[in-house]
Design a protein around this ligand. Structure first.
Ligand code: ATP
Ligand code: MG
Length: 414
């Protein structure tokens, strides 16, 4: 693909409103207007690109800050045509965008990641098949699992998969569409609760820790990466990311990085990809590595890169899709990211409150990112706080103070 340089004028898009022979500034488009779309748009604009967002919500976080906001459903033919008209290349900010919509866009514009890659990440069964196909090269397998699409498959589940976690094959995120089950009776009840939609049952693994790896791969197959980060989840939602050298054993970090690169290459992936791993207690000193799932986009666990690295995961997404050179990012500060859910806007009695930003922002090395969502709800991702510093000890000390001031969970992980 020939590069799309920012600040240039292109005639490829020819927005309908400008007439047939008109030109428009180089514009990057994104499917989805959530916080990931917003941070992508902001990174693209910093380079000088115009941006276009497709999202049905008039108040979407990315739509509010983009040059163009196409307010349409993700599958709406007219909306897709408009996004393609406006954009020179298109990406996605969430994996549940209909794969056929990406296919439609790809008939006229470069789309990264491609529909086939996103389709794999949308479907846990396909995703696991992909991880299994890569296993001989990647060196990691996924947790033992069974596919449950019929009552026969439900009854044939091997006993050694229990206790386990039943997950819907599609549309799961932040622990939604999941149920922990101890025995076959609970499994049957949970599947009925999930309306008997296609599911996978995963064996419950003895987690020592969790980590993720973010890579960016260009159209030419060149890849750059961030070092693996260690993640702490509370109630199935990411709470804390630890991003510094000693965050996990280096052998595990190297294995996870290598595995992620092979998972990306195997499907000729273009763009930013995040792969999540479990580190499990397998009796060995540092534990074994198990691949959990992949996100075909920048990821919550990579938000620390915005303040701790010389290129963020969003910068790399811009570079990758536009065919610009992909610089190997360098992390210049140890960092901890604290996720800010809507819960922070409520006190213990459930009354709404304003978090004590005065105190939090007075702490050294704190970087607040709020996503422009005006309606705080429990469990809703409202923003994140990155903490950087000269050394790990001071970053941890500030993170602990900030978490205490904000009443965040997962404090023991700091
Ligand atoms: P997201 O897309 O937000 O990362 P998700 O809804 O797709 O989340 P998973 O990543 O599958 O969910 O699971 C969420 C969390 O639940 C994991 O990070 C881990 O803490 C726990 N978990 C999931 N599967 C297992 C398992 N097989 N064994 C032990 N813990 C698990
Ligand atoms: Mg996950």
């Amino acid at each position: 693909m020939s590069p799309i340089f920012p600040g240039t004028v292109s005639s490829s898009g020819q927005p309908a409103t400008l007439g047939a022979n008109s030109t428009h500034p180089a514009t990057l488009g994104v499917m989805g207007g959530g916080q990931l779309g917003r941070m992508f748009v902001q990174a693209a604009q910093r380079l000088g690109y115009f941006t276009a967002v497709l999202d049905p919500d008039p108040q979407s976080p990315a739509g509010l800050v983009s040059h163009h906001h196409v307010q349409a459903d993700y599958a709406d033919a007219q909306g897709l045509a408009r996004l393609a008209e406006l954009s020179d290349a298109i990406t996605t900010e969430f994996e549940n965008v209909p794969a056929h919509a990406l296919q439609t866009l790809a008939t006229t514009r470069p789309v990264a990641p491609g529909a086939a890659c996103v389709a794999i990440a949308q479907n846990r069964a396909q995703e696991k098949a992909h991880f299994t196909a890569c296993a001989s090269v990647s060196g990691v397998t996924c947790a033992p699992y069974a596919i449950i699409e019929t009552a026969e498959q439900l009854h044939a589940v091997p006993a050694d998969l229990l206790p386990g976690i039943l997950k819907t094959t599609r549309m799961g995120y932040d622990g939604k569409g999941q149920a922990r089950v101890k025995n076959t009776a609970e499994l049957a009840a949970a599947w009925a609760d999930l309306k008997s939609v296609p599911c996978v049952l995963e064996k419950l693994m003895p987690l020592k820790a969790e980590c993720s790896v973010i890579v960016a791969r260009g159209w030419d197959g060149r890849m750059v990466s961030f070092a693996p980060q260690r993640n702490v989840h509370v109630d199935g939602i990411l709470a804390v990311t630890h991003a510094y050298e000693e965050n996990m054993p280096s052998r595990q970090a190297l294995r996870a990085l290598y595995a992620t690169k092979s998972i990306a290459s195997h499907i000729d992936y273009v763009g930013v990809l995040c792969v999540e791993f479990f580190i499990v207690d397998d009796g060995s000193e540092h534990g074994g590595l198990i691949v959990n799932e992949m996100a075909p986009r920048p990821h919550n666990s990579g938000h620390y890169t915005m303040d701790a690295c010389d290129a963020s995961q969003f910068d790399l997404q811009v570079h990758a899709m536009a065919g610009l050179p992909l610089p190997q990012p360098r992390q210049h500060s140890p960092a901890i990211m604290l996720n800010l859910l809507g819960d922070v806007w409520f006190d213990a009695q459930g009354r709404s409150r304003t978090p004590d930003w005065q105190a939090v922002l007075g702490l050294p090395g704190t970087h607040l990112h709020l996503y422009g969502k005006l309606d705080a709800r429990l469990g809703r991702k409202m923003g994140h706080l990155n903490i950087t510093g000269a050394d790990v000890a001071s970053v941890k000390a500030v993170a602990r103070q900030a978490a205490e001031l904000l009443g965040l969970p997962g404090l023991d992980a700091l």
